[in-house]
Design a binder for this molecule. Structure first.
Ligand SMILES: [Zn+2]
Ligand SMILES: [Zn+2]
Length: 343
């Protein structure tokens, strides 16, 4: 399967010339596809110009364009933006790569929390949860999810994705695989937009991939903590008496019939930036969800133990656990939603 076209990561001999144009180069990226990992050498020019993709026939080269439309999503990307991130990396790359290790801890905490709360839902029937779901709580779409007011929600999501992707970009540049492009994706079904930074592949060293993935989560944690501190500068007194309230947005407390809190914009903006980044850490850090950073962390940490050959098993296992838990939870919710309509 395509092995004749490019070396697999198991091969001991690496190419030292650009796979696209044949020029001498030492820049490598690892591409994962069809359950295998391939290593590819690219020269600086081809690196910036093309995005390699492994197909069954060989490597496909997608030219990086300013505008691209695929799967109903408009991508506006720029290699200049990628260069800007590379420049930032020269200054903060070292420190960013060090603190990215905290992403592992955050990811483990998120996973434990998510499993705990999912399991809790499966065991206990909670009428408040059903009531909140009826009001579209949890969709995370600003203006639709009552937890996220439109303006604050949009600003918070934009900042959360920018800091997250920026941190990925800075650390991956530090490890020699700068983003070949960075940009914005518009009209993404559940979110109106998303910033992204895209290195063409992964690093050969699993530990460095762990840190590149962790960096995004750490970026959200830094922004979350700064905004939480800013929120407390303008927060109503109740938050000083009951600090745990910061984990439940005011509209949620109101819907659940617990209490009503009015936040002035100067307090609600930092509040929602904190809350959205907190939520992003929980979702993105959860090792069970396929394709999120938490899962990448899990996969590349185990890779050192089990090797490339069986890394697909980690993905398969976590996806199975996730699918079972999710199906179970959704079925229980549907059951209660359905029956409660007749009571
Ligand atoms: Zn080349
Ligand atoms: Zn990420």
């Amino acid at each position: 399967m395509g092995k004749a076209f490019y070396p697999s990561i198991y091969d001991s001999k690496w190419m030292s010339t650009c796979f696209k144009c044949g020029r001498e180069s030492g820049r490598e990226v690892v591409l994962n596809a069809h359950g295998e990992s391939y290593i590819l050498t690219l020269c600086d020019e081809c690196y910036k110009k093309y995005e390699p993709k492994v197909t069954r026939k060989g490597i496909e080269w997608r030219e990086i364009k300013r505008f691209r439309f695929s799967y109903g999503v408009l991508f506006i990307e720029s290699s200049k933006l990628g260069e800007l991130i590379s420049k930032a990396s020269a200054n903060i790359g070292w420190i960013a790569s060090k603190i990215s290790v905290f992403g592992i801890i955050l990811s483990i905490v998120s996973t434990v929390f998510m499993i705990y709360s999912l399991a809790n839902r499966l065991i206990k029937y909670n009428p408040i949860v059903i009531h909140l779901l009826k009001h579209r709580v949890g969709l995370m779409i600003p203006g639709v999810d009552p937890m996220l007011p439109l303006i604050e929600g949009l600003i918070a999501l934009l900042l959360a994705t920018i800091i997250h992707e920026f941190m990925h970009g800075v650390v991956s540049t530090y490890y020699g695989i700068p983003p070949s492009s960075a940009g914005v994706a518009l009209f993404l079904g559940f979110l109106p937009f998303m910033a992204y930074v895209k290195p063409p592949g992964m690093h050969r060293d699993p530990w460095k991939n762990v840190k590149i993935a962790g960096a995004g989560i750490v970026g959200n944690a830094i922004l979350a903590l700064i905004c939480l501190a800013l929120f407390f500068l303008n927060a109503p007194r109740i938050y000083f008496e009951k600090p745990m309230l910061v984990f439940a947005p005011p509209p949620l407390l109101k819907l659940a019939g617990i209490m009503e809190i009015e936040l002035p914009f100067t307090a609600s903006l930092p509040y929602y930036i904190w809350f959205v980044n907190f939520a992003v850490i929980l979702i993105n850090g959860c090792m069970l969800f396929p394709a999120v950073d938490g899962h990448i962390i899990l996969k590349y940490m185990l890779l050192k133990k089990i090797g490339y050959k069986y890394s697909w098993a980690v993905t398969l296992f976590s996806m199975l656990v996730f699918a079972v838990l999710l199906t179970w939870a959704v079925m229980i919710d549907w059951f209660h939603l359905f029956t409660s309509n007749f009571v």
